[in-house]
Design a binder for this molecule. Structure first.
Ligand SMILES: NC(=O)C1=CN([C@@H]2O[C@H](COP(=O)(O)OP(=O)(O)OC[C@H]3O[C@@H](n4cnc5c(N)ncnc54)[C@H](OP(=O)(O)O)[C@@H]3O)[C@@H](O)[C@H]2O)C=CC1
Ligand SMILES: O=C1OC[C@@H](O)[C@H](O)[C@H]1O
Length: 378
């Protein structure tokens, strides 16, 4: 999905041109060539194909490496890339846990390169509109519901699939939950003026595993976050709450093609953000919103019949699926640093990525979601 998005025709005004120049694969030359042909990669014959990801990172001639291997491999692959002074866009979740991410951030800064988690939802128009245009106007956020469930598990899915094999990081929290938790983070901590963002904590987590699968692969998960504030006596009290849910088996048929499941029309909104001046509903899929439904409260928003009015804000993705927005952001950052090889490196979205990873760590502790220790090592 990522590559076709990146290679879509661009408006002439942009200075950015994404090109695929190298790929690494564990498979054969023919499979790699077939893959390049299938995706109609321009100048496919000039793309360097590596059969060792280490060799590509050591010798490849490219500006940015996009790492989209299974979750447990992110840490080692990004670490090697940063050590090779590569700029890195790593798929979500950036790592298996917060501790691994902190190590990678430190390494990126030491090596003078750019690191970014591909949490692409944060960078699409509707999300940016919510964060910068709506959030400052809707008053204090008091309650958030963020839900991302997708019928991924189907009877024909292989047990070796990354969705069912714990050895490759299977589990709904890491794969889907990272999106729903990102919406909780945007709603509770998205304002630049947000007070101490560390005060949003996981207070409850519960998990129901995928039935009849070895290894307790987490599926129907519920995570509750509370945003705490100091009260006049200096003790902490909750001032907002988020209920975050996710699943790989609920709601919908796994018989239809994967990306059609992601575009199903659902009656209930995927995200609801309830604040003192308005509530915002975001339709499914929460990973790629294109409109926001705003129910304004208060006298000034009543219609002639005294009924509160709803505003529908349409913010479509301009082209393709929308994975290219994040690519433009890291490309612009890397281009702006050209020639500054001695400067300290940067992590785009560092605070947000680290906060959500920390929430997932805590949710896993509380819900008993466990991976083999070797997948979690720093
Ligand atoms: N943003 C989004 O919308 C999406 C993001 N993702 C994220 O992308 C990542 C990958 O997901 P997905 O593509 O479905 O995963 P896959 O299971 O398809 O693995 C991706 C690729 O990783 C490579 N790989 C697997 N094992 C190894 C290994 N041991 N060493 C080196 N390379 C290996 C394989 O490349 P090869 O076969 O060429 O060897 C494989 O094709 C995940 O982090 C996931 O969360 C996934 C889907 C959508
Ligand atoms: O990132 C993702 O987007 C939605 C699904 O494609 C997939 O499970 C997940 O990895």
């Amino acid at each position: 999905v990522f590559l076709p998005d990146l290679l879509l025709p661009r408006e002439s005004s942009t200075s950015i041109k994404h090109e695929l120049v190298s790929v690494s694969t564990t498979r054969s030359a023919s499979r790699a060539a077939d893959w390049l042909r299938k995706h109609k990669i321009p100048d496919a014959e000039s793309v360097s194909i590596y059969y060792s990801w280490e060799e590509m990172l050591e010798k490849g001639n490219f500006d940015i490496v996009y790492i989209s291997t299974p979750h447990p491999l992110h840490y080692a692959h990004v670490q090697k890339a940063l050590r090779c002074k590569r700029n890195v866009l790593v798929e979500k979740p950036a790592t298996m846990n917060r501790a691994q991410f902190i190590q990678l951030c430190q390494l990126a800064k030491e090596r003078g390169v750019v690191l970014m988690e591909a949490m692409w939802t944060r960078y699409i128009p509707a999300t940016l509109y919510f964060q910068h245009e709506l959030l400052p106007r809707i008053g204090e956020v008091k309650r958030v519901y963020a839900e991302f469930s997708l019928p991924i598990i189907s009877p024909d899915l292989s047990l070796e699939s990354r969705f069912l094999d714990k050895a490759v990081g299977a589990g709904s929290l890491l794969d889907q939950g990272v999106y729903a938790l990102t919406w909780a983070d945007l709603a509770l901590n998205g304002l630049p003026s947000s007070q101490d963002r560390t005060q949003t904590r996981v207070v409850h987590a519960h998990s129901i595993p995928v039935p009849n699968v070895q290894g307790e692969v987490d599926d129907i998960n519920t995570v509750i976050l509370a945003k705490l504030q100091n009260n006049e006596r200096g003790s902490k009290r909750s001032e907002a709450v988020a209920i975050v849910t996710m699943s790989m088996t609920l709601s919908g048929s796994s018989k239809i093609p994967f990306y059609q499941r992601l575009q199903a029309k659902k009656a209930a909104p995927a995200v609801r953000i309830e604040a003192t001046k308005a509530s915002v509903s975001i339709p499914f899929p929460p990973i790629r919103p294109q409109e926001l439904h705003v129910q304004w409260y208060g006298e000034e928003h009543l219609n002639e019949n005294g009924v509160e009015t709803e505003e529908v804000v349409k913010m479509p993705v301009e082209r393709g699926w929308g994975l290219w927005y994040q690519a433009d952001i890291i490309a612009e950052k890397v281009a702006s640093r050209k020639g500054d090889s001695q400067g300290m490196g940067e992590v785009i979205g560092e605070e947000e990525s680290e906060r959500v990873l920390g929430w997932m760590d805590r949710a896993r502790e509380m819900a008993g979601i466990v991976y083999k220790a070797t997948l979690e090592e720093v």
